[in-house]
Design a protein around this ligand. Structure first.
Ligand SMILES: C[S@@+](CC[C@H](N)C(=O)[O-])C[C@H]1O[C@@H](n2cnc3c(N)ncnc32)[C@H](O)[C@@H]1O
Length: 196
């Protein structure tokens, strides 16, 4: 995805309604970009349960559910959750800020797809990562993909938030297709929960 992205989610939503957001994914799919690359990577961890953190309109959660994963979608934007629920009324959708997330569930994988980490407000990113980590079973995996821009978090910061949350880096790729990461401007990171 090489198109210009706004600096934060508030700026994005100020210029983009939910329908326009959905059409963007349709354009990318029409251009040959697989809208389910994230799901394919998540499935390599063979999860029975997953939490789609910053699920937006449910692109990842709906496909995970279609492939048999018991999934919860969480997003702070109620309009996005409304659109997700309209697509898949039987799935569990939660409106919540990831920094405050406190569900009773513990899942095999938490996935942060589509630049969720940088779109979380800067002051809340470490807490959001910690809350995501807190919803993993021991040995569970936090998977996050985001663009690396000068005004967005770098991998050093992200790894520090993960370490502080009891997670250890297990793999890092350049794409959701698991091409090796060699220092480019996009990274997909997998951190495993070391907590008991
Ligand atoms: C670019 S969208 C990605 C949506 C979805 N993950 C996908 O890949 O299709 C980023 C999402 O992060 C959500 N988000 C941003 N900050 C958040 C926060 N603090 N808590 C929960 N969701 C948040 C936004 O509401 C938005 O739906």
């Amino acid at each position: 995805m090489s198109e210009e992205l706004p600096v934060d989610w508030v700026a994005y939503r100020a210029s983009t309604d939910v329908d326009a957001y959905e059409r963007r994914w349709e354009r990318l799919a029409a251009a040959g970009i697989d809208p389910h690359g994230e799901v394919a990577l998540v499935q390599t961890f063979a999860p029975r349960t997953a939490l789609d953190a910053g699920c937006g309109t449910g692109r990842v959660a709906v496909e995970l559910a279609r492939r048999g994963v018991d999934v919860i979608g969480v997003d702070s934007d109620p309009d996005m959750i409304d659109a997700a629920r309209a697509k898949a009324p039987d799935l569990r959708w939660v409106v919540a800020d990831l920094a405050e997330l406190d569900l009773p569930d513990r899942v095999d994988v938490v996935v942060l797809a589509g630049n969720v980490v940088p779109y979380v407000a800067a002051d809340n990113r470490a807490r959001a990562v910690a809350a995501c980590a807190g919803h993993l079973v021991p040995g569970g995996v936090l998977v996050a993909g985001f663009a690396l821009r000068p005004d967005w978090p770098d991998l050093g910061a992200y790894d520090r938030w993960c370490t502080a949350a009891g997670l250890a880096l297990t793999a890092r790729w350049a794409t959701w297709d698991r091409e090796p990461y060699t220092g480019g401007d996009y990274a997909v990171s997998a951190h495993v929960s070391t907590g008991g």
